[in-house]
Design a protein around this ligand. Sequence first.
Ligand code: PMP
Length: 394
Amino acid sequence: MLEVLKELPSDSVLGLIKLFAADTNADKIDLGVGVYKNEQGKTPVMAAVKMAEARILEAENSKTYYGSDGNSAFLEAVAPLVFGASTALADRIVGCQTVGGTGALQLAAKLAISCNKDAAIWVGTPTWPNHLPLFAAAGLEIKTYEYYDVKSQKINFSDMINALQSGRAGDVVLLHACCHNPTGADLDLDQWAQVASLIAEKGMIPLIDSAYLGLGVSLEQDVKALQLVISRVPETLIAFSCSKNFGLYRERIGALFVVGKDGHSSSAIKSHVQYLARTVYSTPPNHGAAIVTSILSEPGLKKIWLSELVESTQRINDMRQQLAASSSVGGIDLVALGNQKGMFALLPLSVDQVNTLRDSFSVYMAPSGRINLAGLNRENIPYFVSSLGKVLNE
Ligand code: PMP
């Protein structure tokens, strides 16, 4: 039976890890995989995480199962990051610990299908490459619109609104909470308000993918758009990832939050979310959840984590501004990058140009031209800019 399977192409960004490791050029730069890197190019475990792990090792006295929605202390600790300190919405919120942000997106998509088997999901392109296959695998019909024009480096807001005008009740609208991946270009709050009103008017439901909270401006600023949407639509799905802001990538920790119309539907929603999780992995792993819970519930650890998060965010922003200060390279306007947010920028490069940067200059990036700004540092920026200039002027 298995002979029918044809080999699929490997993940284009994860494949770069091996190529980069094997490259012996001392000037090589890795702008590929979307993980935070410090000035030395390392992705260390955060100090707050190490401390939390030591405490967990000491205090944990059982490995017995939790339910399908995972560690409830984790959900209680994370909810205020998303919804703020107010408990006004509390009875409308259903939380479920998930296997990373990806697991939350998958559960959200399956929940939407459970409610409406004909649901389509509206996805602006370009987007995180896993979005489209993930939603298709969950059974959602995919409808795309052009969110961002790579050449002019501008958001196509009117295209977005026009596309969403033809959405049907029961459709899902994918939105990136902040630090849009791959473009770094986020809507402003006026635009968010217009999108939210349209979603409400059409009876659609937003699915807000929050994978970079805290890495744009600050935790408080980065959550504003998400909170604005929740305040304007009756129901919201939120896929929250702790991979980047806690540096817990491989621990696979995230959460799905569902905001229902009213408190009455919460227990039915909860039962469906738990059922969907149970049919895939029964219960989620606890280590990442225990770390996040420990950090968020112990003021000393939280303070250390916050200062580490702020330091990472400042470093990324510093790299962004340094690149923007190069103003223009080979016809690419880098100034636009200065107003964007988060780890990524999308350069208008062809696949051939990306390949030449890799093969002739040892500068690695996603085939789309997406760069991870955290791969830059004060020393390698001039080499990156000059390599870019040489390739573009060829
Ligand atoms: N959404 C976006 C936009 C992402 O960039 C990522 C991670 N690259 C995810 C979701 C998934 O994150 P996780 O690793 O927590 O599954």
